[in-house]
Design a protein around this ligand. Structure first.
Ligand code: ZN
Ligand code: ZN
Length: 343
């Protein structure tokens, strides 16, 4: 069977793999049906992802079907369709023992630090499979994207009635938005790109949309949408160091900021501003295991509507040809889904 490779930055390749062995105790053999393409895949392809090594089979947003399970695996059985939690943690380090496997000190993310799911079949630790038989394969692949927003919003812990700003209306910002919407808060979304803002207004029904142009007009628009002050919860999902610096301006007195997007560079900020307003700054990394079943249930119950999300589709064999188009923001791509053929 063929697996797609990022051979080196900006170069696709194919690996001819032999069939995986039978799953050992605690493992499962899965057949991959759908793979979502995300910002970190694009950065990996372009050679801009700090943790990426080559050659690598990418793919960490996965909708799979269980083909066989090893000894001791009881929560899933062959035929179950699952979302994969791609954060393979060691279960032994300080973070893992504390229940924070999302930031395990020895973390291996499928498709980033270790080979991922752009192949027909592979073995995964069964504890990383979250069954969701009522969801489509594409919805199961989308769960991981949503998990990023879920954990980011939990980090910010919105309070009822709070003004909450999301800076950056790409897929990560949208996943934050999905979970802010579950709270009784006033939501603002800011981006430099008006097309993205129009999408958020139309598909997510958000009224307060602010186009960032630089200068005081941005602050005035944000204050107006908050009824005077500045937001006390800001999620920055820009993945751009300059924008991250600017986001400090948008945080109100005693406010909290969550950096969702990650960049390889240093981010600087004016300390007097940070101190005067007594801000708190949070990082958010991946998501917790428990977020996966929670999100599967929210989709099942229709609380999260996945329809606006999947805008583009391709197949694994076609991917090298279509990749360049799928990663261009001007094509209006939110989430591209890759269907994986059986062979
Ligand atoms: Zn992703
Ligand atoms: Zn660990």
């Amino acid at each position: 069977m063929k697996a797609l490779l990022f051979e080196q930055p900006r170069q696709f390749g194919w690996a001819e793999l032999s069939e995986p062995a039978r799953p050992a105790p605690g493992e499962a053999l899965v057949r991959v049906h759908a793979v979502g393409i995300c910002g970190s895949d694009i950065s990996g392809f372009l050679g801009k992802m700090p943790f990426f090594s080559y050659p690598r089979i990418p793919g960490h947003e996965l909708g799979v079907e269980v083909l066989a399970v090893g000894g001791g695996v009881t929560h899933i059985q062959p035929g179950d369709r699952c979302s994969v939690e791609p954060y393979i943690n060691c279960q032994n380090c300080f973070s893992c023992k504390k229940g924070n496997g999302n930031c395990c000190e020895n973390l291996k993310v499928l498709g980033v630090h270790t080979d991922g799911g752009m192949r027909p079949r592979f073995i995964v630790p069964a504890r990383k499979l979250h069954p969701g038989n009522k969801l489509s394969n594409e919805q199961l692949a989308l769960v991981e994207t949503l998990a990023i927003g879920c954990h980011a919003v939990d980090r910010g812990a919105p309070k009822e009635g709070e003004n909450c700003l999301v800076v950056g209306a790409g897929p990560i910002g949208l996943s934050v938005l999905e979970f802010l919407r579950l709270h009784k808060v006033n939501i603002l979304v800011a981006d430099t790109n008006q097309i993205r803002l129009d999408f958020v207004g139309k598909q997510f029904g958000i009224k307060h949309l602010i186009q960032i142009r630089g200068g005081d007009a941005d602050l005035e628009a944000i204050q107006a949408a908050c009824g005077g002050g500045l937001p006390t919860l800001v999620h920055d999902a820009t993945g751009n160091p300059k924008a991250m610096t600017r986001s400090f301006d948008f945080v109100g007195f005693t406010g909290r900021m969550v950096f969702v997007g990650i960049v390889p560079d240093a981010v600087s900020f004016a300390d007097p501003l940070f101190h005067r307003r007594e801000m708190s700054l949070f990082a958010t990394r991946n998501a917790h295991s428990g977020d996966f079943p929670r999100i599967i249930k929210l989709i099942e119950d229709g609380v999260i509507d996945t329809r606006p999300w999947i805008t583009h589709r391709t197949t694994l064999l076609e991917l090298p040809n279509s990749f360049e188009t799928l990663i261009k923001p001007e094509t209006g791509v939110v989430k591209a889904m890759v269907a994986v053929e059986n062979e």
